[in-house]
Design a protein around this ligand. Structure first.
Ligand code: NAP
Length: 303
């Protein structure tokens, strides 16, 4: 357990962060924190008008806003291609955008929407930005998971939950996918001596629109009450993300969270334990994700 606040964040001048889902909740809180310490922030968002309306909250900041719908692999590819053609250097990628507890739907490519939005889009985005990140200053990929990963479990014959769809299972599986992805990425980056680090975080329960606007009056009242009692404001819940993105001592490949108590200054490293968190699940999900996205990850060397 570490005591860490935004006052401990090193100067971020000269670093650029791409933040997915920066228009709300945790992503917006991280955009504020990083830009306040001098980072250039690229808001990667599905709703440009919503992001532009937030611009006055960032007076004097170096802020760029670009279109990215993480549920649509074509949008992810266009975002990455545009970034390269502008010659933007990226030092930190924050894979944060997410949806939860939505009725069954599929993405533009026909993938279950939670998996597509929360995992597959970020899987492809990371692969496309890795060569750029490798030239970055203290380069990091930060994945925002959830403790709900513990309830996730993949049946790879039913990856898109076409049989027995349940919105809670869809969210938990997508967050398990985040955990399997970030830890497998860490393993692969270390194996190739990459300068890029894969960081993994969860925010606990955060009082953000995702929690307060769950679909349906009963679910939204329930989640709203839980968040009111046990939740943290977004700025506080985002602390592990900011820590993972900037603290020199932050460990890669470990779950960083705000801990169980509601202390404001705490970042905790939690053991990774869940039925669905196995090395076999990590490699199988990686293969499925590569096949579904055509993400250009380097082929690992066989010893
Ligand atoms: N809140 C919690 O208690 C909690 C707990 C554990 C983990 N998390 C994780 O934290 C992350 C952020 O959630 P939050 O609580 O900050 O929720 P939020 O306030 O609802 O923010 C979600 C963000 O993701 C964006 N987004 C959704 N679908 C997208 C898409 N297809 N393409 C691009 N952006 C998209 C949203 O954009 P719009 O503004 O356009 O809707 C918004 O900016 C998520 O990954 C979530 O799973 C949250």
């Amino acid at each position: 357990m570490r005591t860490w606040t935004l006052a401990n964040m090193p100067d971020q001048t000269g670093r650029t962060a791409v933040i997915t889902g920066a228009t709300s909740g945790l992503g917006l809180a991280v955009a504020h924190a990083l830009s306040a310490r001098g980072a250039r922030v690229i808001m990667a968002v599905r709703n440009i008008a919503k992001a532009e309306a937030l611009r006055p909250q960032f007076p004097g900041a170096d802020l760029a806003i670009h279109k990215l719908d993480t549920s649509d692999l074509d949008s992810v590819s266009s975002f990455a291609a545009d970034l390269e053609s502008r010659g933007d250097q990226v030092d930190v990628l924050i894979n944060n955008a997410g949806i939860g507890n939505q009725p069954h739907a599929v993405s533009a490519q026909g993938h279950e929407l939670h998996l597509a939005t929360n995992h597959l889009g970020h899987f492809l985005l990371t692969a496309l930005l890795l060569p750029n990140l490798a030239n970055g200053k203290d380069p990091r990929v930060v994945t925002v998971a959830s403790f709900m990963y513990k309830l996730g479990h993949f049946d790879f014959d039913n990856l898109h939950l076409t049989r027995g769809y349940n919105s809670g299972r869809a969210y938990s599986n997508s967050k398990l996918a985040n955990v399997l992805f970030a830890t497998e990425l860490d393993r692969r980056l270390r194996a190739t001596n990459s300068p890029v680090q894969s960081m993994l975080t969860h925010p606990g329960i955060a009082r953000t629109p995702m929690i307060s606007s769950a679909p349906g009056p009963i679910l939204s009242r329930l989640t709203g009450s839980i968040a009111g009692l046990l939740g943290r404001p977004a700025t506080q819940a985002a602390l592990p993300i900011n820590y993972a993105a900037t603290a020199p001592e932050a460990p890669a490949g470990q779950m960083l969270s705000p801990g169980k108590t509601l202390r404001k200054t705490q970042v905790t490293q939690e053991p990774l334990r869940a039925k669905g968190f196995t090395p076999e699940a990590a490699t199988t999900l990686w293969t499925h994700s590569e096949n579904l996205t055509n993400a250009p990850y380097p082929t690992p060397q066989t010893p």
